[in-house]
Design a binder for this molecule. Structure first.
Ligand SMILES: [Zn+2]
Ligand SMILES: [Zn+2]
Length: 271
């Protein structure tokens, strides 16, 4: 059987394979196994059954999403910069109009993601735009079979024009956050889980090792989050799933400080 890209129907994780035996994201303790067994969707089937949309979130920021939802249903962010655009996280599937819109906005110079739950169809962005920098933290390289990493890194990686990747670990060993100093934003991966109401207003925020199973982070992991983000200025956080202009640095630090003040337990903070 020839190599193909397959998406896990349960979580949306992509693998380049001829017959995936399992999904490394679903077999991991942080995710649930599919109740009815494995179902891997070839790329052509996903493309034929999914569409997508894009919207401008701010002057220099666009969001790309896939419908109907595939897997975890993440968002691909595009930061538009004169020196070269930065794509962070990826939508689960990009239609041709979505890719054409990215091209019209100037393509992609740097491509990165926080951790495997945010990879989406990153391989489609690499195939279309072939950015010189594809950056994933060294501790998550085992999950990158669907695309080719050109820039593994240790603690930080400067992507240019005030955008810097910071390794934070915790939720995933190689989890990283992208700080956009000019936009005063923190693309925080799954450092924070944000519940939002039907109007997109953030109502609760929490920090976990595993959301589905309510496994908390250790104090050491929470402290590392705190040490990394405390020196960074930001007024908003963006996960692979939500844009939360209500959560700036003070709120984020308060959530971590509260969790550090007591034994490990998952607690959702009302905003
Ligand atoms: Zn999966
Ligand atoms: Zn995650």
């Amino acid at each position: 059987m020839p190599l193909n890209h397959f998406a896990c129907a349960n979580c949306g994780f992509w693998q380049e394979h001829f017959d995936p035996p399992d999904c490394p994201v679903c077999t991991d303790v942080r995710n649930d196994l599919p109740p009815d067994g494995w179902n891997f969707l070839p790329e052509a089937d996903v493309a034929a059954s999914h569409d997508g949309a894009f919207r401008q979130v701010a002057d220099d920021l666009w969001a790309f999403t896939t419908s109907p939802q595939l897997g975890l249903g993440g968002t691909g962010w595009l930061i538009v910069r004169e020196g070269g655009n930065i794509a962070f996280e990826a939508a689960p599937c990009y239609s041709d109009p979505m890719l054409d819109q990215i091209a019209a906005l100037g393509g992609i110079a740097c491509l990165a993601a926080s951790h495997p739950h945010g990879y989406g169809a990153l391989f489609q962005l690499q195939r279309r735009f072939d950015p010189p920098v594809v950056a994933i933290h060294r501790d998550d390289l085992a999950y990158t079979k669907a695309f080719a990493v050109t820039a593994p890194y240790d603690n930080t990686l400067e992507l240019g024009e005030g955008c810097t990747l910071h390794h934070v670990g915790g939720h995933y060993a190689g989890q990283a956050a992208l700080h956009d100093a000019r936009g005063r934003r923190l693309f925080c991966g799954d450092m924070f889980k944000i519940d939002q109401d039907a109007d997109g207003r953030s109502t609760h925020v929490s920090s976990h090792k595993a959301f589905h199973k309510d496994i908390p982070l250790t104090h050491g992991e929470l402290q590392r989050y705190r040490d990394v983000i405390a020196p960074l200025d930001f007024d908003a956080v963006l996960t692979p799933f939500e844009y939360a202009p209500e959560i700036g640095r003070d709120t984020a630090l308060a959530v971590l400080d509260e969790a550090l003040s007591r034994p490990p337990q998952v607690r959702r903070h009302k905003l």
